[in-house]
Design a protein around this ligand. Structure first.
Ligand SMILES: [Zn+2]
Length: 234
């Protein structure tokens, strides 16, 4: 993708930009609202330009920043990796996680919210490793299978899929450099893996315990209510 501010016909994107919206959660297109003029950029020659878009799904304003690459006589080229100025924190039901995993996952998601995508990738691997250490030996293979399923269902391209797998699961080398789009996929699959392993399984266990308790009651086989059992359910 290339972004230009042309002398004659103004702001130009060679491809539409889509991003997850912090307001409505949709992965939708960003539509241009306000951009600096050629004259102002050529005159002031700033290092970065501020751009204002709106979310196509919910219409909320989205503020982005782009580095200025070259200032030519006819057009100015902006760097394609747009930085989101305003981001909300990623949410997760942290209370289901063991303490060590919770701390790491919070910092990982904070890196993503700050737009520090390579710090985010490094923390993704560390957090994944720490979580897998608390599980059985087959957990890593299960997580990799789940990841492949999710990526297939969402029709994620092969290069992104391979990058995400390497970031999370490679045993050697540093995590590869990742793009904002790869980071957007990575954050979703990471939350999905942790949700499945900790949150959903805890909720299911609680639901099954409750079901067994009431089943025992309704068949007349009154289960003695011991206080410890109740405390566990609460
Ligand atoms: Zn939106």
């Amino acid at each position: 993708m290339a972004i230009y501010v042309n002398k004659n016909n103004g702001f130009q994107l060679t491809e539409p930009i889509t991003r997850e919206c912090p307001h409505c959660g949709a992965h939708s297109q960003l539509l241009v609202l306000a951009t600096p003029t050629f004259e102002v950029l050529a005159q002031t020659r700033p290092k970065q330009a501020g751009l204002l878009f709106r979310c196509a799904a919910c219409n909320e304003p989205r503020f982005l920043r782009a580095a200025i690459r070259t200032i030519g006589a006819e057009r100015i080229e902006l760097a394609p990796n747009l930085v989101e100025v305003e981001r909300t924190r990623e949410r997760f039901q942290y209370n289901y996680l063991p303490d060590t995993v919770e701390q790491l996952l919070r910092e990982t998601l904070d890196c993503y919210s700050l737009g520090a995508h390579n710090a985010f990738a490094t923390m993704c691997r560390r957090t994944t490793r720490t979580a897998l250490k608390t599980m059985d030996a087959a957990a890593k293979l299960r997580w990799q299978d789940t990841l492949q399923d999710v990526l297939r269902v969402c029709e994620v391209d092969a290069v992104t899929a391979s990058t995400v797998d390497t970031v999370l699961f490679a045993d050697e080398g540093e995590p590869p450099e990742i793009t904002p789009d790869e980071a957007a996929v990575l954050v979703e699959v990471l939350k999905d893996l942790f949700y499945q392993s900790y949150v959903r399984s805890a909720k299911l266990r609680a639901a099954m315990k409750m079901r067994r308790f009431f089943a025992g009651e309704s068949t007349g086989k009154i289960t003695p209510i011991d206080r410890d059992g109740w405390r566990e359910l609460a």
